[in-house]
Design a protein around this ligand. Structure first.
Ligand SMILES: CC(C)(COP(=O)(O)OP(=O)(O)OC[C@H]1O[C@@H](n2cnc3c(N)ncnc32)[C@H](O)[C@@H]1OP(=O)(O)O)[C@@H](O)C(=O)NCCC(=O)NCCS
Length: 172
């Protein structure tokens, strides 16, 4: 397999990122949406991340996007110190150490950006992702029982978080 590089998002990667989002969403097992968002909303999402300085990295193989990790700001003013993490890889690129590279790059950028905390929710049956998040330093913080309902099946959602900074400064 060709070398895969991890690079910051750029507007020119919008189509590729949208395609990967669609592939992973249509697997119906991992994400909170079930198909790709519109290309316009993907472009707007990328532009906002670039303009706001929110971390977003993509994995490129042969200049094609094969995965991503982003950390965007939680909406309300009292949550503005919190980033929400999302990530995924095309099936052929999983289990080869790319996930940990993506998340470590994104967490380093999240710390530099100034987020005090990063959080996420993950389906309780997504054992690979939970193992990856623990390896990256996330801790389980709670469980939303039957938090997901897809294809007539309920699944719990695990809430996980990592602290990057206290109010006084860096934790590590
Ligand atoms: C979750 C995901 C991003 C992980 O990326 P990945 O490249 O497959 O993970 P890595 O190869 O970097 O593995 C990192 C760690 O995750 C765990 N892990 C990953 N794949 C695993 C597998 N098949 N079995 C067991 N553990 C696994 C291991 O702890 C591994 O560390 P180790 O190799 O030192 O044991 C990827 O599998 C994916 O895209 N899944 C579908 C989309 C998704 O679930 N997104 C997250 C939604 S919350």
């Amino acid at each position: 397999m060709n070398t895969v590089e991890i690079v910051p998002i750029r507007e020119e990667y919008a189509e590729g990122f949208n395609r990967v989002l669609g592939v992973v969403a249509r697997e119906r097992r991992y994400l909170s949406f079930l198909d790709a968002p519109s290309i316009e909303s993907t472009r707007a999402f990328i532009r906002d991340n670039i303009n706001s300085g929110f971390p977003q990295v993509v994995a490129l193989s042969d200049d094609e996007v094969v995965g991503w990790c982003d950390v965007t700001r939680k909406a309300r003013p009292v949550h503005s110190h919190v980033g929400i993490l999302g990530m995924g890889l095309l099936p052929a690129f999983r289990g080869q150490g790319l996930g940990i590279k993506l998340i470590e790059r994104a967490l380093t950028a999240a710390k530099e950006f100034g987020f005090h905390r990063v959080e996420l929710s993950v389906r309780a049956d997504n054992l690979n992702a939970i193992a990856l998040y623990k390896k990256a330093g996330f801790e389980p913080e709670g469980r939303l029982r039957n938090g997901v309902y897809v294809d007539n099946v309920h699944c719990d959602l695990m809430l996980m978080g990592i602290l990057l900074q206290s109010a006084e400064g860096n934790l590590s």
